[in-house]
Ligand binder design. Structure first.
Ligand SMILES: Cc1ncc(COP(=O)(O)O)c(C=O)c1O
Length: 371
């Protein structure tokens, strides 16, 4: 936040900045979504929807799992929420009592640990690194699971590392956590934004007893529309209805009508084209950063982030990010945002900006590090 405030100040003074810190797609909302939202407005569909979401959207999400993953999910288990953020809050509220522990990775998405703390739980941050692709493993789980643990919360592809949990590991984690009477929560918000040969399978293919969180924010490019969802184990459905009614009443109605259009063929064709562009940006950025001396220990397979080790240039990535901003006008996110483990040696670069901007950003970086 400090860095962003400084970036805003510099921009107000007329400085040109290359933004590589932003966690949202740079593409405009796809036109089928705008059209659907306009139609909803014309028809005055502006009231509350049912707390669990529009029935037709819940069914469309169930159909999405069938088509995309070959997985059958009953629409009754799907709750539409105000973004993945709403889903995270609701799920953690359902599974946590004060004092309970939740395993999360360090580095990891900061809101995971913040929300656990908000609910008076304790986030146990497990240091992860390149050998496990920055992901939780069954071995790490066995080492860190305590009698106070009730859940593990993982993201795949991960923010900030862009790495995936291997299918076998995901399956094994689900089984091992269930054996310990805990729950596995999998944040699949960056599904759709992967650039390898095969797209990852959803955790729902391996177990009906996991919570899977997703959102229209990233792949579908609808950050500000505030629509996400969670697929819950059937035994949590009643509790989630109550929580949804009490915490947020409903996700945005206009957002939900837009989301319905996001799941149609014309919109999906647009997202696939954008995914290709993200892939090209990744393929440009990763080798260019490596050539300059940043160490990227694991090739990011998804999301739109590169988690780069900058130890060759600094032992304080926070100060380094400030200097990058001040001296050459490149904005990147310091590792400290994502935890403590080797945070001072890492920066996260986001490729949520045009190829032209990335080329300019890298030219500035090169100048700065003298590569
Ligand atoms: C890993 C992860 N999960 C969840 C979210 C929240 O997304 P939203 O609430 O917009 O769906 C984000 C946003 O950056 C994220 O990176």
């Amino acid at each position: 936040m400090e860095l962003l405030a400084r970036a805003r100040e510099l921009e107000a003074q007329g400085r040109s900045l290359v933004h590589m810190e932003i966690g949202e797609p740079d593409f405009a909302t796809a036109s089928p979504i705008i059209q659907a939202a306009q139609n909803a407005l014309t028809q005055k569909h502006c009231g509350y929807t049912p707390a669990a979401g529009l029935p037709e959207l819940r069914s469309a999400i169930a159909a999405w799992y069938r088509q995309r993953y070959g997985v059958e999910v009953a629409a009754e288990r799907i709750f539409v929420t105000p973004g993945a953020s709403g889903a995270l809050l609701m799920v953690l509220a359902a599974v946590l009592s004060p004092g309970d522990q939740v395993l999360v990775t360090d580095p990891g998405y900061p809101c995971y640990r913040h929300l656990v703390r908000l609910l008076e739980g304790q986030a146990c941050a497990i240091a992860v690194a390149a050998p496990t692709r920055y992901q939780l493993t069954v071995a790490l789980l066995a080492k860190h699971w305590s009698s106070r643990c009730v859940a593990a919360l993982v993201g795949s592809p991960s923010n900030p590392t862009g790495t995936l949990l291997a299918a076998e590991e995901l399956q094994a984690l689900a089984a091992q956590i269930k054996r310990r009477s805990g729950v596995l929560i999998v944040d699949e918000i960056y599904h759709g934004l992967t650039y390898g040969a095969t797209a990852p399978q959803t955790a729902l293919a391996y177990s009906d007893d996991v919570f899977v969180i997703n959102s229209f924010s990233k792949y579908f490019g609808m950050t500000g529309w505030r629509v996400g969802w969670v697929v819950a184990p059937v035994q949590y459905v009643d509790a989630l209805h109550k929580l949804a009614q009490n915490i947020f009443l409903a996700a945005s109605s206009i957002g939900q009508y837009g989301a319905l259009a996001a799941l149609t063929a014309p919109a999906l064709a647009i997202f696939e084209e954008r995914r290709k562009q993200f892939g090209e940006r990744r393929d440009f950025l990763v080798p260019a950063l490596r050539e300059m001396g940043f160490d990227i220990a694991v090739e990011p397979q998804g999301a739109f982030y590169v988690y780069a080790n900058c130890a060759r240039f600094t032992d304080d990535s926070f100060a380094f990010a400030h200097r990058l901003l001040q001296d050459v006008g490149v904005v990147a996110t310091p590792g400290i945002d994502f935890g403590e483990h080797e945070a001072a040696q890492h920066l996260r670069f986001a490729y949520t900006t045009s190829m032209e901007n990335l080329v300019e950003g890298l030219a500035r970086l090169r100048r700065y590090v003298g590569a």
